[in-house]
Design a protein around this ligand. Sequence first.
Ligand code: SF4
Length: 84
Amino acid sequence: MKLSEVYEGWRNHILPPEKLEEVIRTVSTLRLDICSTCEWHSKFHDSKRSDNHCTKCGCTLIAKTKCLSCACPLKKWTHVKMDE
Ligand code: SF4
């Protein structure tokens, strides 16, 4: 995962651009549903971390799922193309 994608995910979690708020919320909800049943979700593994994260890529899911340009490392969900 690129640093720019980490930034995008956390920015969209903490301070989402107003015009993208709805799409970020919708996309994140759909992605979190997929992650919640995935065998790589941290809830299915012993982990010292308290956050829900992906044990495949290590990302915190509440932020990663809000990064519109990001994709699941196993392609269970993909990036969102946005018209500029
Ligand atoms: S990002 Fe992909 S591999 Fe990771 S928990 Fe979500 S669905 Fe599974």
